[in-house]
Design a protein. Structure first.
Length: 286
């Protein structure tokens, strides 16, 4: 049924969008392809798993905790490591984040082993039925959480002092430094915020999918596609790109086989690169 596929696509797209916003932010401000972003998502999922296993904390309530932990981790990584090479070539920063992704994956392997971990919340099977359309409560919660996080992040970037400093640094690094902005601290905060958003994504995906220490490598590929589709550096673009990819992939299952779902997503990705390389909402500036 097409309507059900559209609704499912919005739910999948919401997950994609949450994963991509932080990735897009880091690129927009620092021009870093953050390969470690997938590992941050994975760590957020593991934190939520432990909170549920030990204290019975609902994954949606665990979002602030995973965001706080990843915010601190991301800030420290950027402040004391990445800032040393951030003004270097894109190849250097790409190599660093790739190595960081491998390091984080192996640390998680030592702690949680290679087994897949997942959470089954008490309301996992609950759904809202509207005629022939079924809306799973968990996925509805993910969609609502994504919209709330996106709105809060937008307000953070437009209404707070540090958010305005991040925008200023992205627009003109030398100009921001000239007027007294501590650009290296801004970079650290930016990376921390990107990691925090990844942590939130991890909390949202753990109720609907299993993770292991190597899940991050797979996730970062989807994140990169979504960010490119929406427009690198654009927060709203990440939301639109995620929802678009989710819709395309699920609608494709109605008219084509579900086994071609990812193929269709990659075909759309290539088409965007050819005909609109800046993305759906991207600008030449980004």
């Amino acid at each position: 049924m097409l309507l059900q596929a559209v609704i499912n696509g919005l739910f999948f797209g919401a997950i994609y969008a949450t994963m991509a916003i932080g990735f897009s932010l880091v690129w927009g401000v620092m021009k870093i392809v953050n390969v470690a972003h997938g590992s941050f998502i994975m760590i957020g999922a593991y934190i939520t798993y432990e909170l549920y296993r030990r204290f019975g904390m609902d994954p949606f309530l665990a979002i602030p905790v995973s965001m706080a932990v990843l915010l601190v981790l991301g800030y420290l990584i950027q402040r004391f490591l990445l800032n040393r090479i951030v003004r270097g070539s894109i190849f250097i920063t790409l190599t660093f984040t790739f190595g960081l992704q491998i390091l984080l994956a192996n640390v998680c392997l030592l702690i949680w082993k290679a087994d897949f971990k997942s959470i089954r919340v008490p309301y996992a099977g609950a759904a809202i039925e509207l005629g022939a359309v079924v809306i799973p409560v968990v996925r509805l919660g993910i969609l609502v959480s994504t919209l709330v996080l996106t709105a809060l992040f937008y307000l953070f970037m437009r209404k707070t002092k540090i958010g305005l400093a991040i925008n200023a640094t992205a627009f003109n690094f030398d100009g921001a430094r000239t007027v007294g902005i501590d650009v290296m601290n801004v970079y650290a905060v930016t990376y921390g915020v990107g990691a925090a958003l990844a942590g939130a994504a991890g909390s949202l995906i753990i109720p609907i999918m299993s993770v292991n220490p190597f899940t991050g490598g797979h996730l970062v590929g989807r994140v990169f596609i979504v960010a490119i589709l929406g427009g690198l550096g654009s927060t709203l673009g990440a939301l639109v790109g995620g929802l678009s990819l989710g819709l395309v992939e699920t609608i494709a299952t109605v008219y084509i086989s579900a086994s071609y779902q990812e193929l269709v997503g990659f075909a759309v990705f290539i088409a965007i690169l050819v005909f609109r390389p800046q993305g759906i909402l991207g600008k030449r500036f980004y």
